[in-house]
Design a protein around this ligand. Structure first.
Ligand SMILES: [Zn+2]
Length: 454
């Protein structure tokens, strides 16, 4: 399972070459020295518009500015306040797009998740290609086309275009606040659970695996997760592997045309907290931190599911207790209230709702393929406790209370997360078998018992 860095570089180079959207991804020490060369390859001698926040400006923005100026380019810099952190909202994205009116500046995002998502959206709105200087290995969004922003409170992934060029200076990334690499590791860990969800959807004929994105992510995933201690220790080689893994996942989403290769129940759980603007210790909780907890929850559900056997009686019982769309609508309202979020959740849930004969056929299909599917899932997944250990070593949160989510809220989130997206996951398998409540009760009861024992 140990991936050598040269194998990884090779797979990465091939994936970048295959990308229609991204022309270059430079990951090395002191990469900023080459920013002007990379910039001019894609934007010629157009003036540059650097967008950063106070922190990322200090980390890499001011150096980027002086390197570009040294090459004789005109540069304008727009620096957002770092406190409070810039909000990933459509409103802020639109105001950044306004900076591109009446000029032909090429935007350069200097930052990590939020800054890149905002500039991605702004550049797309003005049909401008942009570059990204990554400042942390904190999430997989650098190379993805989607920009997850909130619009009137509903977090949605808006289809944009990824940057034409990405530059990751490993000295900058190693100097980022320590917890950020733990977030990136958490976002990467989610691909284990998301892969399980895709296996389920494939086996049930809902969404087939593909032969590009699936192996690109899943064949390399354990190698990308192999060095949690070195990631936490800020080792540049380990951070390079993690960064390469995260950007490769972004490319896999491009090749597949959706985020299926990267996101399942783990991300649905995280999205609920992101929409709630979950904060802890006065800061908005980072995406990768939410995904780490979402991943552990999804893996606990898998551990529970994999202990079960299914028979035709389970199908009869499930059909007798199956929720109608009306009942699901009421459950959505009970969790999300009446507003915009509930309305979107109803649409997403309607898109995947099955009942009657269709549900019956699906459940029988699962019963029939379960022995084989169960084996595939066991081979693929990492048990929750093992993952918990890996995440803890990488510096990611492993207990929901560490990100401000009580046990009760975690349990309510897990019950509601499946309503949020039309994508089929383990939450749907359990719900359609009428087992979701029982599974959630039992995994959290087991956790409380463990805590009581200390
Ligand atoms: Zn993610």
């Amino acid at each position: 399972m140990q991936g050598s860095s040269s194998d990884m570089q090779e797979i990465f180079a091939r994936a970048v070459a295959r990308s229609k959207a991204i022309g270059d991804i430079l990951v090395e020490r002191d990469a900023l020295r080459q920013i002007a060369k990379q910039y001019m390859r894609f934007h010629g001698r157009k003036p540059a518009l650097i967008i950063a926040d106070d922190n990322t400006w200090r980390a890499a923005g001011s150096r980027a500015e002086s390197e570009l100026r040294r090459a004789g380019l005109e540069v304008q810099s727009h620096i957002l306040p770092a406190v409070p952190r810039p909000k990933p909202s459509v409103d802020l994205g639109n105001s950044l797009a306004g900076l591109m009116d009446g000029n032909d500046f090429a935007p350069v995002a200097v930052g990590s998740g939020v800054i890149n998502d905002l500039v991605k959206y702004a550049a797309h709105r003005r049909d401008r290609s942009y570059s990204c200087v990554a400042t942390a290995a904190s999430m997989d969004g650098y190379s993805s086309a989607g920009s997850p922003l909130s619009d009137q409170g509903f977090k949605m992934t808006i289809q944009c275009r990824p940057p034409v060029a990405i530059l990751a200076d490993l000295d900058v990334i190693a100097a980022a606040p320590k917890q950020m690499a733990g977030w990136g590791y958490g976002d990467m860990a989610g691909k284990i659970a998301a892969g399980g969800d895709w296996l389920l959807a494939d086996a049930l004929g809902i969404e087939p695996l593909d032969d590009v994105a699936w192996p690109l992510v899943q064949d390399n995933l354990r190698a990308w997760l192999a060095a949690p201690d070195a990631v936490a220790g800020g080792d540049p080689a380990a951070l390079s592997d993690l960064f390469i893994g995260l950007t490769t996942v972004g490319l896999a989403m491009e090749f597949h045309g959706s985020s299926r290769p990267a996101s399942g129940a783990d991300h649905q759980i995280a999205h609920i907290w992101e929409m709630e603007h979950l904060s802890h210790d006065g800061e908005v909780v980072a995406h990768g931190a939410c995904v780490a907890i979402g991943t552990l929850t999804a893996l606990a559900l898998y551990d529970w599911l994999l202990r079960r056997d299914f028979s035709d009686q389970d199908v009869d019982r499930a059909l007798a207790a199956a929720l109608t769309m009306d009942e699901k609508r009421r459950a959505i309202q009970a969790h999300f209230g009446e507003g915009q979020i509930a309305a979107r959740a109803v649409e997403e849930t309607e898109a995947k709702h099955v009942e009657g004969e269709a549900l019956e056929a699906r459940l029988h299909r699962l019963v029939a393929c379960w022995p084989d599917l169960r084996r595939r899932l066991i081979d693929h997944l990492i048990p929750r406790n093992e993952m918990r250990d890996l995440l803890a070593r990488a510096g990611a949160p492993v207990d929901s209370t560490r990100i401000g989510v009580s046990r009760e809220h975690l349990s309510a989130t897990t019950l509601a997360a499946g309503f949020l997206r039309s994508r089929y996951t383990v939450l749907d398998t359990l719900a359609e078998f009428g087992l979701l409540n029982q599974a959630v009760d039992e995994i959290f009861a087991a956790d409380s018992k463990m805590e009581a024992r200390g």
